[in-house]
Design a protein around this ligand. Structure first.
Ligand SMILES: Cc1cc2nc3c(=O)[nH]c(=O)nc-3n(C[C@H](O)[C@H](O)[C@H](O)COP(=O)(O)OP(=O)(O)OC[C@H]3O[C@@H](n4cnc5c(N)ncnc54)[C@H](O)[C@@H]3O)c2cc1C
Length: 401
């Protein structure tokens, strides 16, 4: 006979959302337990932002999120904002800085964010059980649930699924939250790896490999969405912030358009240089605005003919300038795919938000069941937006569980 433990709120998943929700529920006086499958909680927090955790963004807007229902995130983001989370970490004296575009990072270590969440849980009496594998969840006839692991049973009133997404399976990611959602009659939207580098066809791959390590500011677009940030050529394909951002909006078969010099119209510039009788060599002129290795790769393209790099700008034909313009400003790539779950930062898609209350995060299918964080079909941009979704959804659910 397994031991039976009672609690009011049982949270499955001790990541960003689970720990936040536990602290908030416990602060309301709810007897709260978090069950975490891994040896340690918050592993994605620790690996985030290159070890410094980009914990929120100063410019959070609902438009920074992708979901089948783009209105769903609005309520939570407005009730628990980035400023609320900043106020929380500031009470603990966290030192942080803005890196770029409103992205806030810890000055020292992502460990500081995890420590704050753990201290909040401890201060309010929420407890955490690690290395806990759950086998069965059974709703009770009146209210609540029985949750069983190999050696324990928990009886709880409210059950919160905070199991995150599928990215980085080696960090403890599982599809458990989705399975539980299905068990209770929820539908799921398609789940795909997002905030993830692209893989490319053989010809583009050869170019990417020859430029591996080169990074340059670009404007990357897919259909009506665009981002102006850096791209990075890698030995596997295309990466860098602008590529990761656009991957949230990309589906197989869609073309991605890349302007590799968004701050200067290269054709106008070359025409002007030619009319001013600039005798400098094309390769040198382009290298003033683009990385040298990129210029070399661009100009070794057979369509330009031999020795184009060493041709004086005064000798360029209109056709050649037009060709350079197309290559620099209108590069179009149809990615072969993405690098997948191993490197993706997040999962796009998840538990259908139309079946969850945007106010309480309670299931519309099963009273007492809640979904928060990345397990839901809400995916943020790169730049602290996903953690803010974890904090906001967790805080809101924490008011009602
Ligand atoms: C490499 C990397 C870097 C990132 N950097 C940033 C960043 O800087 N800024 C940002 O905003 N976002 C970042 N993200 C995204 C961010 O980490 C997630 O969106 C966020 O952690 C989601 O919070 P969550 O609580 O929903 O899920 P998670 O934090 O993933 O937590 C889920 C927890 O549930 C546990 N779990 C899973 N299945 C079970 C089960 N069956 N039983 C019990 N426990 C289970 C997991 O072990 C995990 O601890 C990054 C992601 C990655 C992978």
């Amino acid at each position: 006979m397994k031991n039976v433990s009672q609690c009011e709120v049982l949270i499955i998943g001790g990541g960003a959302a689970g720990l936040m929700c536990a602290a908030v529920a416990a602060a309301r006086g709810r007897n709260t337990v978090v069950l975490e499958r891994s040896k340690k909680p918050g592993r994605k927090i620790l690996m985030s932002g290159g070890g410094r955790c980009n914990f929120t963004n100063m410019y959070i807007e609902p438009d920074n999120y992708v979901s089948n229902n783009p209105h769903f995130c609005k309520s939570a983001l407005s009730r628990y904002t980035q400023w609320d989370f900043i106020a929380l970490v500031s009470r603990y004296g966290l030192e942080y800085h803005e890196k770029t575009l409103g992205q806030l990072f810890c000055d020292h270590s992502a460990k500081d964010i995890l420590a704050i969440l753990e201290q909040e849980c401890e201060a309010h009496g929420a407890s955490l059980e690690t290395e806990c594998e759950i086998h069965r969840i059974t709703p009770q006839n009146d209210t609540g649930f029985i949750v069983e692991s190999s050696d324990r049973r928990w009886q709880c009133e409210s059950l919160v699924l905070a199991t995150g997404g599928l990215s980085i399976p080696s960090m403890g990611a599982t599809g458990f939250g989705y399975d539980v959602a299905k068990q209770f009659g929820h539908s799921l939207t398609a789940r795909v790896a997002a905030l993830v580098p692209f893989t490319v066809d053989e010809t583009t791959l050869a170019l990417c490999q020859s430029l591996s390590g080169v990074s340059l500011p670009a404007r990357v677009s897919c259909e009506s969405q665009h981002f102006s940030e850096s791209i990075l050529f890698t030995h596997k394909g295309l990466s860098g912030p602008a590529i990761l951002q656009i991957s949230n909006y990309w589906d197989p078969g869609k073309a991605v358009h890349i302007d590799l010099l968004p701050t200067l119209q290269i054709a106008d510039y070359l025409h002007q240089q030619r009319s001013e009788k600039n005798n400098s060599l094309l390769g040198n002129v382009l290298a003033q605005h683009l990385p040298k290795r990129f210029v070399q790769a661009l100009l070794t393209d057979a369509t330009f003919g031999p020795e184009i790099e060493n041709r004086p700008v005064t000798q360029l034909s209109d056709d050649t300038i037009g060709l350079i313009e197309a290559r620099v400003h209108r590069w179009s790539v149809v990615p072969k795919g993405t690098e997948g779950w191993r490197t993706a930062e997040v999962t796009r898609g998840g538990v259908n938000v139309d079946e969850v209350s945007s106010k309480t995060f309670e299931s519309r299918k099963q009273p007492g069941l809640y979904f928060i964080g990345e397990v839901l079909d809400v995916t943020g941009w790169l730049g602290g937006f996903n953690f803010q979704w974890a904090w906001s959804s967790a805080w809101c659910a924490g008011q009602y569980v």
